[in-house]
Design a protein around this ligand. Structure first.
Ligand SMILES: [Zn+2]
Length: 422
């Protein structure tokens, strides 16, 4: 199944990490209001990286009281940690270089990028010829998918590492590869894609302004980012500086001169897909117009939920060998919270991952797991519930264990209770 995997391509703006430390921890990165609330009660839990590695600790979060945006506390320590992560970055390490697939009823149907591009084409159409720029192209998985879809387009790519260029050219006819800053990119494009990039960009406003200039008047920017409300494990990803909700992402784009043409939470589960067009209006310099999107209580309750996930899986392991479902961010984080590598195995449906091992732990297909063996569904609650239903329908004999109730589920139980009591 589609365990959450941030195969990540990050843009060169992250190179600023190597530059002298500038503290931005006292201001919101989106609306620039001061007095954000620092959240650090989760720092005893494990951290994880966007390329699915365990990391000793997560990093302190900052909640902006003015706009509700959740972000990392960008300080010297964060810069050091993130530099270390990028220096050893291992894109798609678990699956041996293959991009995560989408699964429907357990059947792998397409790579993640092919799936989202297909949705985009169905909604907006794609001309037979055009110019595409992929920002933060990583190992080129999106470009490969795109070239299959529209082989006559001219392809441009950007990333921070030069060695990617050689790997790319084996699979894709890239007209020009830009290594380094997006400021060096010339010309204008019909479509710019940024998949799992902008959650890494500290100075998002400047980045989006640059991209805006690279679009033709009728061009589109297609963004794909995780949504923390749908996937709270994202809060534990050390190198994600922004944790978006649809409204905060759209507001940030609007202040940089974009208009939102379409935003979907369904193109890919637990992620925001956003299609932006260029407006004729000047980009607003008033970052205070960013919408307020979440509450401090909500963020705290999700951090508490993560703690309960960790406690539940530890309790399970105390009794027997436990399966941890998924080898994406959520699965790896859950495994990390068990500490050490004993008493559990990974369970995954992705053929590219089965029979391999990760962190020295074998990865099994559900059909290889003994009956009555507990398998913990390390996923956001609603997703875990629908997955368990499918496995039970398919006659799987394992003991599928759900994560704790989400804050929303608990709130809805309380409402029902209040109605009955009232
Ligand atoms: Zn703010």
């Amino acid at each position: 199944m589609a365990t959450h995997f941030h195969g990540n391509q990050f843009a060169n703006q992250t190179l600023e990490l190597a530059m002298p430390f500038v503290s931005k921890a006292d201001h919101c990165l989106l609306c620039h209001e001061s007095d954000p609330k620092v959240l650090d009660t989760h720092l005893d839990l494990p951290g994880v990286t966007s390329d699915c590695r365990t990391w000793e600790h997560p990093h302190a979060l900052v909640f902006c009281r003015a706009c509700g945006h959740v972000q990392k506390k960008v300080d010297h320590d964060w810069h050091c940690q993130v530099s270390a992560i990028y220096e050893s970055y291992n894109l798609y390490g678990v699956s041996g270089g293959e991009e995560q697939r989408e699964f429907i009823a357990g059947i792998p149907v397409a790579s993640r990028s092919a799936w989202v591009l297909g949705k985009y084409e169905a909604k907006f159409g794609l001309a037979e010829k055009g110019k595409l720029l992929d920002v933060g192209c990583g190992n080129g998985s999106l470009l490969r998918s795109f070239c299959k879809l529209r082989p006559r387009w001219r392809i441009y790519a950007q990333d921070r590492y030069n060695h990617i260029k050689d790997k790319l050219s084996l699979h894709v006819n890239v007209e020009k590869f830009y290594c380094g800053s997006i400021e060096d990119i010339e010309g204008q494009f019909d479509l710019v894609t940024a998949f799992h990039v902008i959650e890494h960009i500290v100075d998002l406003h400047d980045f989006l302004l640059q991209i805006q200039k690279l679009l033709k008047p009728q061009g589109h920017l297609l963004i794909q980012v995780p949504c923390w409300r749908e996937n709270p494990f994202d809060l534990m990803v050390v190198d994600h500086v922004h944790h978006f909700l649809p409204a905060s992402l759209i507001s940030a784009a609007q202040t940089a001169g974009f208009e939102s043409l379409f935003c979907s939470m369904n193109w890919r589960a637990r992620e925001i897909s956003l299609v932006l067009g260029k407006t004729s209006r000047f980009a607003s310099t008033d970052k205070k117009k960013i919408q307020s999107v979440s509450s401090l209580t909500e963020v705290r309750s999700w951090l508490e939920w993560l703690r309960k996930v960790s406690e539940r899986v530890m309790l399970l392991r105390a009794d027997s060998l436990v399966g941890v479902f998924g080898t994406g961010i959520a699965g790896i984080w859950t495994a990390a919270s068990l500490g050490g590598n004993e008493g559990f195995v990974f369970v995954d449906e992705d053929p590219a991952r089965i029979h391999k091992s990760y962190l020295g732990i074998p990865i099994y297909h559900p059909s290889q797991i003994l009956r009555e063996q507990p398998v913990f569904l390390a996923l956001p609650p609603t997703m875990a519930m629908s997955l368990r239903e499918r496995f039970l329908r398919e006659g799987s004999g394992m003991k599928w264990v759900l994560p704790p109730f989400s804050p929303q589920q608990i709130a809805s139980f309380q409402e029902v209770g209040d109605e009955r009591n009232g």
